[in-house]
Design a binder for this molecule. Sequence first.
Ligand code: NAP
Length: 248
Amino acid sequence: MKLLENKTALITGASRGIGRGIATSFAKQGANIAFTYNASVEAAQALEKELEAYGIKAKGYQSNAANYDAAQQLAADVLKEFGSIDVLINNAGITKDNLLMRISEEDFDSVIEVNLKSVFNLTKAVIRPMMKQRGGSIINMSSVVGLKGNAGQANYAASKAGILGFTKSVALELGSRNIRCNTIAPGFIETEMTEKLNPEVVQGWRDSIPLKRGGTAEDVANACVFLASDMSAYITGQTLSVDGGMLT
Ligand code: NAP
């Protein structure tokens, strides 16, 4: 028996990086996958085909996570197509790094809207159907930076720390409805994005991590499988760090 059989998961920002890894791991565990992206139409179409090869139903939706109305429409469309939403993974996120002296109001607002308001938008859209279904698991993607802060990332850190408070509040409000809500805080995860960085800097990061390597999208995806599955039925309101011991 696969861990996510008979469940439908809605994953935001799955055209690449961590979200893509989550979609693939979920498909392997038997989940049907609705996923979103912002602009990567071709990558999304390729992912749809790749996921379907695991014998599950998969569909990509171009939907701006920062837009409230678009999120409500997305949830309605997914429900119509898939019949249920059992797992929501709020993964879509962006960075607009700069020293506070240089962060523009626009770059502060856009990071908060894509990273934090998006979590409100879709969580609000799925809780009614989850209540009707008498259960659901919501997983929000924070970051080690949300726990610790980071110079040059005040906007990003604020958005990721906001997710922690939001997650705990949802867990408290909706626990009685059997809706669980948890956060994952990845550390340094090596994706296409990090391939472009200075190799010496990246090696320095690896050396400073107790497990002596960067994480993979699959490392994060495995934690998501656990929190989405009934294996974690008694876990809510928690933050699970997937960081190789970085914050320990
Ligand atoms: P990534 O490779 O840059 O991918 C971001 C994904 O989000 C893409 O699929 C992108 O779609 C989508 N997206 C961006 N803006 C969107 C919007 N407005 N509406 C809908 N989708 C949108 O990022 P990643 O490294 O995989 O990170 C995924 C999540 O993990 C983020 O929340 C990030 O903050 C968090 N995280 C990452 C790390 C790390 O080391 N990588 C560490 C801690 C936390 P398009 O392809 O269409 O642009």
